[in-house]
Design a protein around this ligand. Structure first.
Ligand code: HEM
Length: 505
């Protein structure tokens, strides 16, 4: 591999180190974890390495395999828009198991382009505006649950994560398929909870990481092993297949009776097929195969992002009051015309990107351009890094979104007003679809539901902040963990949680 060759020859001075710190005492923040028993937080190493080694460096995977960690915006822009890269081995394992090959998430090349073209209308700006009542209802139901829980136990901490998870699950099911979560049946609701829990478990990502290092045929055989994780995934695959088909059949029946069906994503997709107006339209069978592509990515990332936002509000009562004042003074205004609310959402997405690290693999030899030239050992300046087919890359989304050079000297700090006081330096490369952030990725694989997620956050934050105040308990501090998704956890690191006092106003 070009890149290995350069490394072994000691060419790239800035990449010449191994990622595992030799001793825990090399990193002062880890000393604290070692003595207090508090588990390390996501970024404790990564953000220090970025400061020490710059926005591109070499990482070792769990079996010693090489990966290139990248947070340089020009390099990231090239990778997300280039056809030379695909999902990395770890992601492919999860995707094939859970989503199935016909799903948008698994499709590649022309098949992916066709599915995207067909599905985009279900998430256009106009379509998403029409889902607003669904989002409002989900947010109001959440408010009601919070009020009930306050009435029962006014002085208790509220565990917000499961409530947020149920609310975003309900919203995506209603907007995606036009039905309620109960309509999907108890078996699916229970299995959905298990699948969502996998993204916050510590053991499942390890299993997938091991699988990524095995030959594909062994991994495919392992899927049939009687392990709880695999059993849950097999059940999910079976149920999502059945439910996708059932929902599509029901909508086709309604359409045959002359009834309107284009009020949810599946309805819009089937309407395109029945109207015959677009060459991209998906057949009913192809639409049914997209059930899992909407239901899984459509709930947990948004719920976790909202939880992190509420935690930040709970930490800063002054900011919380200012934001509440803006919301209360613009009750009849549109969501987009509330500057502080939108700055707050951007800052939450900047510091807490659900996909904090994204794996990719080069499927052809290529060269990745860089923002700045790098001096190599012989004094030569290079402006691009050659990578060979098969090279695994880690897109350091969270690292990029903390680069002081672009986001300001206080980039590690949660400060929403940076979006209003022009302290952000443009990085010159158009990256993601929203606020030049990569939280929703960008390019052909940009998050399908990014507009939906933004509106959902606007609706939920507005509803919750106008009705409740949020505070943390004194001895409680929640931390970030990344195990496939960025989640809030308790200090012992074992459990997804964002406990806080939530008091009606
Ligand atoms: C804050 C909330 C969300 C965040 C941060 C987020 C982030 C992302 C990211 C980073 C990807 C790219 C993953 C990759 O290619 O490796 C992605 C893909 C995707 N997201 Fe989201 N997402 C969110 C909400 C949603 C919602 C609400 C939906 C649907 C209703 C959705 C549906 C999808 C789908 C279907 C894909 C696959 C797109 C493709 O491969 O073409 N996401 N999302």
């Amino acid at each position: 591999m070009y890149w290995d060759f350069l490394l072994h020859r000691g060419y790239m001075v800035r990449f010449e180190f191994l990622f595992v710190p030799a001793k825990i005492s090399d990193f002062p923040q880890c000393r604290t974890h070692a003595t207090t028993g508090v588990s390390p937080e996501y970024g404790d190493h990564e953000f220090v390495w970025q400061t020490n080694f710059g926005p591109i460096y070499r990482l070792k995977g769990c079996f010693g395999e090489d990966s290139l960690m990248i947070s340089d915006p020009v390099a990231l822009q090239y990778i997300v828009n280039s056809s030379h890269f695909e999902h990395g081995p770890l992601l492919v394992n999860v995707i094939d198991m859970l989503f199935g090959k016909k799903s948008l998430v698994a499709a590649k090349g022309d098949a992916h382009r066709r599915l995207r073209a067909a599905m985009n209308p279900g998430f256009s700006a106009a379509a998403v505006r029409n889902y607003q009542p669904v989002l409002l209802r989900a947010a109001q139901q959440l408010s009601e649950k919070l009020e009930e829980s306050y009435t029962k136990a006014p002085t208790s901490l509220v565990s917000i994560c499961p409530l947020l998870g149920n609310a975003t699950f309900s919203a995506v099911v209603q907007a995606g398929f036009g039905c309620s979560t109960q309509d999907l049946g108890d078996k699916f609701v229970a299995n959905n909870a298990q699948i969502v829990a996998l993204s916050s478990s510590q053991s499942a990502p390890r299993t997938f990481a091991i699988g990524a290092c095995l030959p594909n045929w062994i991994w495919r055989t392992m899927i049939h092993a009687p392990l709880a994780t695999f059993k849950e995934i097999r059940t999910a695959k079976y149920l999502t297949h059945q439910l996708g088909k059932k929902i599509v059949d029901g909508k086709m029946d309604l359409a045959r009776q002359g009834l309107e069906i284009d009020t949810d994503v599946f309805g819009i997709l089937l309407d395109q097929y029945l109207g015959g107006k677009t060459k991209h339209a998906l057949s009913p069978k192809e639409v049914a195969a997209q059930f899992s592509a909407l239901v899984y990515p459509g709930q947990d990332p948004t719920a976790n992002t909202i939880a992190f936002g509420l935690l930040e509000l709970a930490k800063d009562s002054e900011f919380q009051e200012t934001l509440r004042a803006e919301i209360q003074s613009s009750i009849a205004a549109s969501y987009d015309s509330m500057p502080l609310l939108n700055a707050f959402i951007k800052e939450v997405l900047r510091l807490y990107p659900a996909a904090a690290m994204i794996q990719r693999i080069a499927i052809e030899d290529t060269a990745i351009p860089l923002s700045d030239s790098i001096e190599i050992a012989n004094g030569e300046l290079i402006t691009q890094i050659p990578v060979a087919k098969g090279q695994v890359l880690t897109l350091g989304v969270a690292s990029f979104q903390r680069l002081e050079r672009y986001w300001g000297e206080d980039a590690q700090k949660f400060r929403p007003t940076r979006w209003l006081d022009r302290t952000i330096t443009p990085h010159g490369s158009a990256l993601g679809p929203y606020a030049n952030l990569l939280s929703f990725l960008g390019g052909p694989r940009v998050c399908l539901g990014w507009r939906f997620a933004i509106l959902e956050m606007q609706v939920f934050f507005l509803e919750l902040i106008s009705k409740f105040s949020f505070a943390l308990s004194e001895d409680d501090f929640v931390r970030m963990r990344f195990s496939g998704a960025l989640i809030p956890v308790l200090p012992n690191g074992s459990e997804k949680a964002a406990p806080m006092f939530i008091t009606p106003i």
